[in-house]
Design a protein around this ligand. Structure first.
Ligand SMILES: Cc1cc2nc3c(=O)[nH]c(=O)nc-3n(C[C@H](O)[C@H](O)[C@H](O)COP(=O)(O)O)c2cc1C
Length: 188
């Protein structure tokens, strides 16, 4: 079974460490045989969630992200940590995905991970992200947890993770999430 996977970084920054981490995760999923596509929140430039906008109908870019996620089996979330939580961009995208009478994240499988320049490697942001996605019935493995600490030193010039242990954890998280999605999808 070929899985359809989308990746999403909560950082809009051009040289973002989370976009680097997402690129690594996406290539792992690709090598494992999935169809992989990145949802670029910077290009999508979603408006801030506003019930008045929603009432008039979803804007085109909101429809676009909703349909990409609706068609996906697995979502890769690379989260930065801003003030011990997820970024506004990430939360805003999730809010748009959850609303309008159809939570398009319902029943999806997700792998969450993140990179920060601090010592905790997005531990606190991931706890919040896990809580938010649990509210939306997204299935996530409890382990392995992937914390990319001191992100300024974490990647080499080719964008690869320098720490082989962290790379192995990320690979295992992606592979096991894909395996879980296949098993459950084959049963339903
Ligand atoms: C508003 C803001 C708040 C931040 N808060 C945290 C934090 O709570 N913990 C942490 O480890 N790093 C924090 N940082 C530093 C980020 O880890 C760092 O900017 C990182 O590069 C962001 O991810 P990115 O490279 O993908 O953009 C913060 C950065 C910003 C801009």
């Amino acid at each position: 079974m070929k899985l359809n996977i989308v990746g999403l970084s909560g950082s809009l920054r051009r040289d973002s460490y989370n976009r680097k981490a997402l690129a690594v995760a996406q290539s792992i999923a690709c090598e494992a045989g999935a169809d992989v596509r990145e949802i670029d929140l910077k290009t999508l430039n979603l408006p801030l969630y506003d019930g008045d906008i929603e009432k008039e109908g979803f804007p085109e870019n909101v429809e676009k992200i909703r349909s990409l996620v609706r068609e996906a089996d697995v979502i890769l979330f690379a989260t930065p940590e801003y003030n011990h939580s997820v970024s506004g961009a990430m939360k805003n995208a999730i809010d748009w995905l959850s609303t309008g009478g159809e939570n398009v994240l319902d029943g999806k499988f997700a792998a969450i991970f993140g990179a920060s320049t601090g010592l905790y490697g997005t531990l606190r942001a991931q706890l919040h992200l896990r809580q938010i996605l649990t509210a939306l019935n997204v299935v996530m493995l409890p382990h392995p947890q992937v914390f990319i600490r001191t992100a300024r030193e974490a990647f080499d010039e080719n964008g690869s993770l320098k720490d082989q242990k962290v790379f192995t954890q990320l690979k295992s998280l992606i592979q096991r999430t894909m395996d879980l999605a296949v098993v459950i999808k084959n049963k339903s």
